[in-house]
Write a protein that binds this ligand. Structure first.
Ligand code: FAD
Ligand code: NAD
Length: 477
């Protein structure tokens, strides 16, 4: 009830789900004066995911790439409500979202409903496991801050346990075998960061492990980084070889136990072979899967029947078969790869669209008012009103001129370890592919400039300097 009092009944209620790349980009650019804006997300911060792999080894501390959502919202013109909760159901027919407080501390109310006039679904995706047994129980993912912290802890646990008195060589070898499944950019960047950690710090601090520490990247397809050009794929593979990271391509993991994975590899003769690969750390990075709340919404809308990978949207990002529901980012399927670049451009597009919708409504209301005044106005006043109406109609046409969403690809960048990066960049209508140390410097400056705030930028720089002067912190916590 208190919320209803605070809300302006003349404005529409816009509910935004999520605080990731898509939703935050929308929030940054939308004029919140025009709507009653309510944000629902279990994560009360924005996370700069491109630098998350660096947090798994302590090159960067996780808080340096987090921006509190409260800080983002307090700069908005009108008050925006934020609820730290997970949306567990979108009831499209009733136009409400059901929200649950999933945090440790719960008040007397921990589940309720939020009605909406307009809804933006920006909940991202969850980790794909393809139903492979044992992945959730024994593997670690790399999507959220908690995942990076868990990996950092597990690396050190494996290292310290391997150094335990009287540990057998075989066990030591297993514990120090770091297996990464998935040769997409997440897997490749993590493998590179982990090898750096070993080569630059662990080897010096704990020389006992030097002979056995080994990183293996397992990929089902014939090569890693399929979205990069052939030249950069070759460059990445040869750099990994130099760094002594093993890449096992054409190898599909089928089963995971607590100590080894079972993988089927295809040899050059086309013969398939099942092998057991012992591991100490297993990081699972095989891409995205639908969140249950998205799956459930799709099941309510007949037009989504044939969509498999996410919410099918039209060129204005409206969820097909729905009215006043939009989807952005990894949960939407708009023929683009699920990247931060796409999500943030989609969010910015919706902000423009919503600003324009509000302006259109404002102008229409003014026009209706003027038409009424004109009908009862004295003849000498009519010309002036007529001109005013013409001006407004012109403005209306301009405001309404918002075309469909068009994605502009800026390029792909990935860090591959040993201070090298690969980049496929679109520039001046041309495409440029480059790899190496200069590209690494470009990668560093590009991501630094893309960080959310000046505070983040400074913190990331300080972390880089700190880890290069003092080495990464090897405490297990
Ligand atoms: P997200 O950013 O994942 O945000 C989803 C939000 O929804 C989160 O706030 C989450 O808490 C919230 N949420 C989840 N469930 C619910 C629910 N039920 N109710 C309400 N809220 C919910 N892309 C690039 O372009 N370049 C890169 O360099 C790059 N590097 C990456 C590195 C890593 C390690 C990872 C994992 C991804 C990387 N990506 C990169 C991909 C990029 O992060 C995603 O494409 C992007 O985050 C998608 O944005 P989004 O807004 O759809 O989802
Ligand atoms: P991805 O979907 O790009 O790659 C997953 C890989 O795992 C695939 O190559 C797939 O063949 C492999 N795989 C699947 N099942 C397997 C199995 N059972 N055994 C072995 N291999 C298996 O996933 P990602 O790397 O997590 O990336 C997700 C999205 O985020 C992508 O769109 C990506 O472009 C984006 N991203 C971009 C960057 C960057 O630009 N630097 C970094 C991270 C993520």
């Amino acid at each position: 009830p208190s919320e209803q009092i605070e809300q302006d009944p003349r404005k529409k209620t816009l509910v935004i789900l999520g605080t990731g790349w898509g939703s935050v980009s929308l929030l940054k650019k939308i004029d919140t004066e025009n709507y009653n804006v309510i944000v629902v997300s279990p994560r009360n911060y924005f996370l700069f995911t491109p630098l998350l792999p660096s947090c798994t080894t302590g090159t960067i501390e996780h808080r340096s790439i987090m921006e509190p959502i409260r800080n983002i919202l307090r700069h908005k013109g009108a008050q925006v409500k934020y609820y730290e909760a997970e949306c567990t159901k979108i009831d499209y027919a009733r136009k409400v979202v059901v929200i649950n407080d999933e945090s440790e501390i719960k008040g007397a109310t921990s589940a309720t409903e939020v009605p909406f006039d307009m809804l933006v679904v920006g909940v991202g995706a969850e980790n794909a496991t393809f139903g492979i047994p044992g992945v959730r129980e024994h593997g670690l993912f790399l999507k959220e801050v908690g995942d990076a912290q868990a990996i950092r802890k597990r690396i050190m646990d494996c290292v310290e346990t391997a150094s335990f008195k009287d540990q057998s060589d075989e066990e030591r070898k297993r514990l120090l075998h770091m297996v990464v499944v998935g040769g997409g950019p997440t897997g490749v960047e993590f493998a590179g960061e982990l090898q750096d950690f070993f080569a630059q710090d662990l080897k010096t601090w704990i020389p006992d492990i030097a002979d056995h520490f080994h990183v293996t990247l397992v990929e089902a397809l014939p090569n890693v980084l399929p979205m990069f050009s052939k030249q950069l794929i070759d460059y990445t593979e040869s750099t990994f070889k130099e760094e002594s990271i093993t890449i096992q391509t054409k190898t599909m993991v089928k089963n995971v136990t607590d100590k080894y994975i079972e993988a089927e590899s295809t040899g050059p003769d086309g013969k398939k072979k099942l092998e057991q690969i012992p591991y100490g750390l297993l990081v699972w990075a095989t891409g995205n899967a639908l969140r249950p709340v998205v799956k459930d919404l799709m099941s309510q809308i007949p037009a989504q029947k044939d969509s498999r990978r996410g919410l099918a949207v039209n060129e204005y990002l409206v969820v097909k078969g729905c009215e006043n529901v939009w989807a952005i980012g990894d949960c939407a399927i708009a023929n683009y790869a699920p990247t931060a670049q796409v999500a943030s451009q989609e969010g910015a597009f919706l902000a423009r669209l919503f600003n324009s919708l509000a302006k259109t409504q404002e102008i229409n209301e003014k026009l209706a008012e003027l038409s009424e005044t004109q009908a009862v106005a004295k003849p000498e006043e009519r010309t002036e009103i007529f001109n005013e109406i013409k001006d407004l109609q012109k403005r209306l046409r301009r405001v309404k001129q918002i075309g469909p969403f068009e994605y502009s690809h800026q390029g792909s960048l990935a860090y591959i370890g040993s201070e090298k990066a690969v980049a496929d960049v679109s520039w001046l209508r041309g495409n440029f592919a480059s790899g190496g140390t200069w590209t690494y410097l470009f990668w560093k400056s590009a991501y630094l400039s893309m960080c959310f705030s000046t505070r983040n930028r400074i913190l990331v720089c300080v972390d880089w300097i700190k880890s290069s002067i003092f080495g990464r912190d090897v405490s297990r916590e």
